[in-house]
Design a protein around this ligand. Structure first.
Ligand SMILES: *[C@@H]1O[C@H](CO)[C@@H](O)[C@H](O)[C@H]1NC(C)=O
Ligand SMILES: *[C@@H]1O[C@H](CO)[C@@H](O)[C@H](O)[C@H]1NC(C)=O
Ligand SMILES: *[C@@H]1O[C@H](CO)[C@@H](O)[C@H](O)[C@H]1NC(C)=O
Ligand SMILES: *[C@@H]1O[C@H](CO)[C@@H](O)[C@H](O)[C@H]1NC(C)=O
Ligand SMILES: *[C@@H]1O[C@H](CO)[C@@H](O)[C@H](O)[C@H]1NC(C)=O
Ligand SMILES: *[C@@H]1O[C@H](CO)[C@@H](O)[C@H](O)[C@H]1NC(C)=O
Ligand SMILES: *[C@@H]1O[C@H](CO)[C@@H](O)[C@H](O)[C@H]1NC(C)=O
Ligand SMILES: *[C@@H]1O[C@H](CO)[C@@H](O)[C@H](O)[C@H]1NC(C)=O
Ligand SMILES: *[C@@H]1O[C@H](CO)[C@@H](O)[C@H](O)[C@H]1NC(C)=O
Length: 405
């Protein structure tokens, strides 16, 4: 009831959602496809986790099946439900733009599953990037011997089968993103044709980073390192200079909602959110604001109560054990970190909830690939300050999170 589209909707925004929502969305236990979350005028959400073919949608609360051979909506020669999928959400959003009331602003959120697994690229893109391989830079296939328990498990160097697997995943992810490019192009052209492009903010982002081979972990997203916690974020819109890159600035997922509310003219201080608007950083001519010097990174590890189906020879408590029985998650892969990110310091301090109460510390100025855990080298007073900040950041709520010193 307090999600940001509710506030936008109350402020006369016309709202539209299409694509993946939450992994359990549309399931019986989660209220079935009839459940349309508050705040959305138009709602086309995928039932369950990422799927490119043969999927079910909730179309404004009504079940809608897509993707079997009989349900092709494009020319039967284009045997691509991917294309249909993107067409459906894109066409609907294009129609939404045509049908919108020009007196009221609009908000569209499009969430294609790409590039999430199962990476089923559209047929016309399945031959793209044949020579592309995952980058071999940074911590690729480096041992993680001074790191937490899970990072000490992988075989190093990786077997060739893992390398083949991760290169293939990397390439397929790129292929699926070509359909996202098509979708973005259609929308931008539409906004241009209805003369709203120069009056619209577009955010292009993702919900997690990804690793392919770093520290000999084949593929996943659940680690505390830069490769997993950094995401692409591109924004265009009024007041934002073209091609500017903000270098030393921490923008977090929890900041997206307050930023969007700020753009719409809603007083963010009157809304109870932990994040802060980053409009002032993107468009200083429109807003004053301060940057955030510290922030919290946290994750609660997941494991299987028995064995991981991908590797039955291993015991309980683990998950994502593929390929080659390398596990990428566990119950005790549970951590909280403070990142210090300003012009003077670029540090990370992490505590694990495991039997070793493991601690990792990185100086990203001298070690951008986090190859060396400097816990035993760093001045203990620095550790103490970081630990105190961590405690504050973990317990703060709303405004108080923006004042952690
Ligand atoms: C979708 O369903 C059809 C019909 O059952 C099947 O032939 C096709 O292989 C499925 N596609 C995918 C990608 O699973
Ligand atoms: C999407 O729009 C295009 C162009 O207007 C049209 O040719 C196509 O049939 C539409 N697709 C769907 C799935 O409605
Ligand atoms: C692994 O791949 C490398 C490079 O392609 C090759 O030189 C090596 O022989 C392969 N090892 C095995 C065990 O297949
Ligand atoms: C957008 O462009 C149109 C004409 O090209 C102009 O009239 C309008 O003022 C511009 N809007 C903004 C917000 O720059
Ligand atoms: C932004 O960068 C791209 C790629 O370098 C370039 O093609 C484009 O002209 C630049 N745009 C502006 C407005 O500077
Ligand atoms: C925004 O809301 C806060 C808290 O309700 C209030 O103190 C402040 O005066 C408001 N600011 C404006 C510009 O209305
Ligand atoms: C920022 O703050 C200064 C000083 O208070 C003020 O003069 C200026 O108008 C403000 N700018 C914006 C965009 O709010
Ligand atoms: C983490 O969990 C695994 C699986 O339960 C266990 O084998 C391992 O000893 C644990 N390690 C730590 C440091 O807690
Ligand atoms: C981090 O590395 C930089 C560059 O080597 C150094 O100046 C700085 O003192 C280091 N910070 C800490 C806390 O060790």
């Amino acid at each position: 009831a307090n999600a940001f589209p509710v506030y936008l909707n109350k402020h006369k925004y016309q709202t539209f959602f299409a694509g993946k929502y939450l992994n359990q969305y549309g399931k019986k236990e989660a209220g079935d496809v009839g459940h349309v979350p508050p705040g959305w005028d138009q709602w086309f959400a995928l039932v369950g986790n990422s799927q490119y073919y043969n999927y079910t949608l909730s179309a404004n609360g009504k079940e809608e099946k897509h993707g079997g051979q009989t349900q092709m909506l494009l020319s039967p020669r284009v045997a691509s439900t991917v294309l249909v999928y993107f067409s459906i959400q894109t066409n609907r959003s294009l129609r939404f733009l045509d049908d919108r009331s020009p007196q009221h602003p609009f908000f569209l959120m499009l969430c294609p599953p790409a590039p999430h697994s199962p990476w089923t690229a559209a047929p016309q893109y399945q031959k793209e990037f044949v020579d592309v391989k995952a980058p071999r830079d940074g911590s690729f296939d480096k041992p993680g011997k001074d790191k937490h328990w899970l990072l000490r498990q992988p075989v190093n160097p990786m077997p060739n089968s893992s390398i083949t697997y991760l290169d293939n995943a990397y390439r397929k992810r790129w292929q699926t993103l070509l359909s996202v490019d098509d979708m973005v192009e259609m929308l931008v052209k539409k906004l241009e044709s209805i003369k709203e492009l120069n009056n619209t903010y577009i955010f292009y982002t993702s919900d997690n980073g990804y690793h392919t081979g770093q520290f000999s972990l084949p593929i996943d997203k659940r680690q505390l390192y830069e490769f997993d916690i950094r995401i692409p974020l591109m924004v265009r819109g009024p007041g934002i200079k073209p091609n500017q890159t903000l270098q030393v600035t921490a923008m977090l997922h929890i900041d997206l909602a307050p930023t969007i509310l700020d753009i719409s003219g809603i007083n963010v201080s009157s809304v109870n959110v932990d994040g802060q608007s980053f409009l002032s950083q993107m468009a200083p001519s429109l807003r004053n604001g301060t940057t955030r010097p510290f922030f919290l990174v946290e994750y609660s590890g997941e494991g299987n109560p028995t064995t991981d189906p991908a590797c039955p020879r291993l015991g309980p408590g683990l998950s994502q054990c593929f390929p080659d029985c390398v596990c990428e998650d566990a119950y005790n892969n549970t951590y909280a970190c403070v990142r210090t990110l300003n012009s003077k310091h670029n540090l990370q301090y992490c505590e694990f909830a495991d039997t070793e109460s493991f601690v990792e510390v990185y100086n990203l100025t001298s070690d951008p690939h986090q190859l060396e855990n400097i816990l035993k080298k760093v001045d203990p007073s620095v550790l103490q300050v970081m630990n105190q900040r961590l405690i504050k950041l973990q317990s703060c709520v709303g405004d108080s999170c923006r004042d952690v010193k």
